[in-house]
Write a protein that binds this ligand. Structure first.
Ligand SMILES: [Zn+2]
Length: 509
């Protein structure tokens, strides 16, 4: 009961895959599986470049695909690669990219990209392109190496250069060989293919206070989420600054919302996996935060944007310590202020209390979105949810019949229930209220009473507190106006209530 069994998807909608509506990608049958030989649209030959699952290498491939305006590596031609090399060499030869970005944040002292400050005089687009072409040519030479690339696992290791952090971000400096695999004094065992692609990372990533790479499956999603970076580069000739967002997760959640609202579908997050790599690599520091976005959280954020964008913003707004006014929302979202709702979603913690505003006794969204959250993220089964909802409705019906002072007190009792016995007392009192009012049928049967109190007792996600929060949501949803009216009139007449409303011993007024 209330376990994490397979839950039925709430709301309408048959599950449809990404390819069902993102037309350009419609050839892919299962977006979770990348098949090197899929489609067989071009040639039977091995593609020149391919996905590896490594965030940096994949990001480089994304950049090249976006430059070529293609979706799959199998479709890339030699001309596409030439074009990408020339495009990137032109940028990388400028000071803004070379010293301020490549050297300062990604590839310190890079020789390949000539970001080493000592190369400033020799640095030209032609020279950088030449280096990249030489590297690319290495991919096609069928060399025999003693070991294979630790990223793609299939090509021989590149040996023309030591592979340290100036070649591949976040590796050691070479000064301390034992940092590397098998204390390899030549650095990491990486092939020309994977090194080549990594040189393109800056085009498909975002420059915040560190560098943000959004790695995602299916790869179509990665293209979608990285697209803006390249568009900015094309437009401004500078690295994308993610519209001034200061926190990577805020930017991602914002993008998810935008994409979902634009295509008016949320199914493509169904089996998605998104991980943020937020790093900086220079001579002073090498730092990396890996932020994995739980798939249920992805799906929920997408669904929320789709069914109740305003309500979702209200929920998020409650996650900031000082709440923004409606017109300040975007400013807050871009700022560096930590948001508890986002943090909890990322940590797999419940955000149920943010679904309502207990100060103003108001539900922030509809039951529909709440139900989706409970079933998809918390793992509450649909039947349990329906049961709680029906109990909630019966409570609302009973509360409606009470005079103002009693109604107010009952709701406060439920709000203040921090212990199970206090939660129990609420039901007992409400049942007595019903008897006093002459209602014949009890609020709940004994079985139902036992179920609501104990069936969800120990489960962390679906404890009795979850049930309490759901009931409060339903009460606020249905009785907000009356509750606020009572509050207002009480404030006006300045009636002070005792703080401790839980007099033990079941004392009734
Ligand atoms: Zn490789």
């Amino acid at each position: 009961m209330g376990g994490r069994k397979e839950v039925e998807r709430i709301g309408e909608g048959k599950v449809k895959r990404l390819d069902g509506f993102l037309e350009p990608y419609s050839l892919i049958k299962d977006p979770r599986i990348h098949r090197h030989t899929s489609g067989k649209i071009s040639t039977a030959k091995e593609p020149l470049l391919e996905w590896t699952g490594h965030p940096f290498v994949d990001a480089g491939l994304v950049a090249i695909l976006l430059i070529a305006n293609k979706n799959k590596p199998e479709e890339l031609t030699m001309e596409d690669i030439e074009k990408a090399i020339d495009f990137v060499a032109e940028l990388y030869a400028t000071k803004e990219w070379s010293s301020k970005y490549l050297h300062a944040m990604i590839f310190p002292n890079s020789g390949i990209l000539m970001a080493n400050p000592s190369m400033a005089k020799k640095r030209t687009p032609k020279a950088i392109a030449e280096n990249l072409r030489n590297l690319f040519d290495e991919i096609r030479k069928i060399g025999k190496g003693s070991s294979t690339c630790l990223i793609c696992g299939k090509r021989p290791v590149y040996t023309k250069k030591e592979v340290y952090l100036s070649v591949f971000p976040l590796l050691g400096t070479g000064g301390v060989p034992n940092y590397f695999h098998s204390a390899n004094p030549r650095g990491a065992d990486i092939c020309a293919h994977c090194i080549f692609l990594t040189q393109f990372v800056p085009l498909a990533s975002y420059k915040l206070s560190r560098v943000l790479v959004i790695h995602a499956y299916p790869y179509e999603l990665m293209l979608e989420l990285s697209k803006e970076a390249l568009e900015d580069v094309k437009r401004r000739k500078l690295a994308s600054e993610a519209r001034g967002f200061k926190r990577p997760e805020n930017f991602l959640f914002h993008l998810i919302g935008e994409i979902t609202r634009r295509i008016e579908r949320d199914e493509h997050w169904e089996d998605a996996s998104v991980t943020l790599y937020y790093f900086v690599c220079n001579n002073q520091r090498q730092e990396l935060d890996v932020i994995h976005i739980p798939t249920p959280a992805l799906r929920f954020v997408a669904y929320a944007n789709l069914v109740d964008y305003i309500g979702w913003k209200r929920i998020v707004a409650m996650g900031w310590r000082s709440q923004p006014k409606e017109e300040q929302f975007e400013e807050f979202e871009r700022s560096g202020r930590p948001n508890e709702v986002y943090a909890k979603l990322l940590n797999n913690e419940s955000i149920l209390p943010y679904f309502y505003d207990s100060k103003n006794r108001k539900a922030n969204t509809s039951w529909r979105l709440l139900a989706f959250y409970c079933s998809e993220v918390l793992g509450l089964d649909k039947e349990a949810l329906e049961f709680i909802k029906s109990v909630g409705d019966r409570i609302v019906e009973s509360l409606k019949k009470l005079p103002n002072n009693k109604l107010r007190r009952r709701v406060r009792e439920l709000e203040g229930a921090e212990r199970l016995y206090q939660f129990e007392a609420f039901f007992v009192r409400l049942e007595k209220d019903r008897q006093e009012l002459g209602v014949e049928k009890p609020l709940m049967t004994f079985d139902e009473f036992a179920r609501i109190l104990t069936a969800y007792g120990e489960d962390i996600n679906v404890s009795w507190k979850t049930v309490r929060n759901l009931l409060l949501f339903r009460i606020y949803e249905k009785l907000h106006n009356r509750l606020m009216k009572i509050e207002k009139s009480e404030e006006e007449s300045k009636i002070e209530e005792g703080v401790d409303i839980y007099v033990e011993g079941g004392g009734e007024e």
